[in-house]
Write a protein that binds this ligand. Structure first.
Ligand SMILES: *[C@@H]1O[C@H](CO)[C@@H](O)[C@H](O)[C@H]1NC(C)=O
Ligand SMILES: [Zn+2]
Length: 489
């Protein structure tokens, strides 16, 4: 989830409002009164139709939460992560996990089970160590950031310069920075606001001659654990090593620096970037009764993860509920009019590569092919509802669908979405989509760290998320109308 995506979405929504509403008229067109843009004037027939789904929604939810499928999602997720561990883009473990999921999807009797290629970066973490050597010795647990280069063999020993913000760093001259290890210690505001230090810290510091950057982990809470994540070098800057250190160490370094304590750090990193690698998006369907390859409803999460922890939370949970939503609907004998397609993205963590490859491969006919995009990538804790992105008409319809989720106590509707990085390839251009809102207040405690394990995932909550996913996807896929969209080309 990146902050700029939210801005982009807002922009798209504003543009979307300015343009006239273009209903997707391929399927069963209906008329809407658009005279007042921000209110809902759904035809009564449509409102009534949505209400008729209440019994089937209740049946889907009770089957998954209390019935024969209870506990199955957690069980499948634990088998996946216990068998393969972390699934970094470019790794053998990710590719083995993809093959395993394909086999299990076939066993679940899902349809059109296949993969589609996606080229992903291939960054590998090598030996990493950081130690405060002056004024006393202290090991500094660290995690190099995706795409970071390593240090020369034997590492570097350099003086420390610590700042709290980019703004503070602006006032420091290149003379003062040259040859130093720059430590950025931003206070946590929100992930969206704080992550810029992780993604850009190395470029900002390198421009003034720093030899490496260490960044306070992007988390509101810490028990001495570093959190990894992606970073980007700006075009033309000298690539310097970049890693996150713990909140505790970062704050200590900043305090000491402000007191005038001279510090040196020995940093050694063998991280490196290899040739890009051809990975795969993992895909399965529940083929629609009326429409097969048009007006498809996508449910998705990413199968890749960072290489620390096992990616149970980010994004094993989202991937599993997307896969199992189809499995459970199929087993219940429920087949909607439109195809529901589960996509388990690859290479999300390094920059949404799986989604990008899929968008490019399906570009020609995309307006006809896609009706709606779901993505879960901000936790599968207890569900609260769905946040939505799309035009006003679509939002009006979707708001009614979310109201059906009362037996899960998950009827919150918000717009625009605050999640859904992979589907932003479409939602940022006006396709309608939704992301799973859940009680994820602790999500960033575990995010991209060794703490991302099955211990974070609760079987009951995973059932509820899977139930919400299956029920919402079913209704969207079965409605007599497709969801309106204003697509910007
Ligand atoms: C997918 O990638 C593999 C490995 O690079 C290649 O052998 C195969 O031909 C590719 N498939 C398609 C459809 O491009
Ligand atoms: Zn994720």
């Amino acid at each position: 989830m990146e902050a700029y995506r939210k801005l982009l979405l807002l922009l798209v929504l504003l543009l979307g409002r300015a343009s006239t509403s273009v209903l997707d008229n391929r399927i069963d067109q209906f008329e809407l009164d658009n005279s007042s843009e921000n209110s809902c004037n759904l035809p009564d027939t449509l409102l009534q139709e949505i209400k008729t789904y209440q019994p089937i929604v209740n049946k889907i939810i009770s089957g998954i939460v209390d019935g024969q499928f209870a506990g199955k999602t957690w069980e499948s997720l634990s088998q996946l992560v216990d068998t393969f561990g972390a699934r970094l883009a470019g790794s053998e473990q990710l590719e083995k996990a993809i093959d395993y999921v394909l086999d299990r999807m076939k066993e679940d009797q899902l349809e059109n089970v296949h993969t589609e290629n996606a080229t992903v970066p291939h960054w590998v973490r090598g030996y990493e160590s950081a130690q405060l050597v002056t004024p006393f010795k202290k090991n500094l647990p660290l995690l190099g950031l995706g795409t970071s280069v390593g240090t020369p063999r034997g590492g570097i020993i350099a003086d420390v310069l610590a700042v709290e913000s980019f703004k503070e760093f602006e006032s420091i001259t290149p003379d003062q920075v040259k040859g130093k290890i720059v430590v950025f210690v931003p206070q946590w505001e929100s992930y969206g606001k704080t992550v810029v230090y992780r993604s850009k810290g190395a470029s900002v510091a390198s421009k003034k001659g720093a030899v490496a950057t260490l960044i306070r982990s992007v988390t509101p809470f810490s028990i001495g654990s570093p959190h990894t994540g992606g970073q980007n070098y700006e075009e033309g800057v000298k690539k310097i090593p970049s890693a996150c250190i713990t909140v505790e160490d970062a704050e200590m370094i900043l305090r000491k620096y402000r007191r005038g304590d001279q510090m040196t750090i020995h940093l050694e990193m063998e991280d490196r970037n290899l040739e890009p690698f051809v990975s795969r998006n993992t895909i399965a369907e529940l083929v629609g009764t009326k429409y097969t390859n048009s007006s498809v409803v996508i449910v998705s999460g990413h199968l890749d993860s960072w290489d620390v922890g096992v990616g149970a939370m980010d994004d094993g949970g989202g991937a599993l509920i997307s896969w199992k939503a189809l499995t459970f609907l199929k087993a219940m004998g429920l087949r909607p009019k439109r195809t529901i397609r589960a996509i388990l993205w690859t290479g999300e963590e390094e920059g949404l590569w799986g989604g990008r490859a899929y968008k490019d491969a399906h570009k020609t006919n995309e307006k006809e092919e896609f009706n709606f995009f779901f993505e879960s990538d901000i936790g599968t804790f207890e569900p609260r509802g769905l946040d939505f992105s799309g035009n006003n008409d679509a939002g009006c319809i979707f708001r009614e669908i979310v109201k059906l989720m009362s037996s899960l106590n998950a009827t919150d509707f918000e717009t625009p979405t605050d999640g859904g990085p992979d589907i932003s390839h479409w939602t940022s251009r006006g396709f309608p989509g939704a992301s799973l809102m859940n009680k994820n207040e602790k999500y960033f405690w575990f995010h991209h760290s060794a703490g991302d394990s099955m211990a974070v995932e609760d079987p009951k909550n995973l059932d509820k998320c899977a139930a919400l996913w299956a029920a919402a996807a079913y209704v969207v896929a079965d409605l007599s109308v497709s969801i309106p969209k204003d697509v910007i080309d």
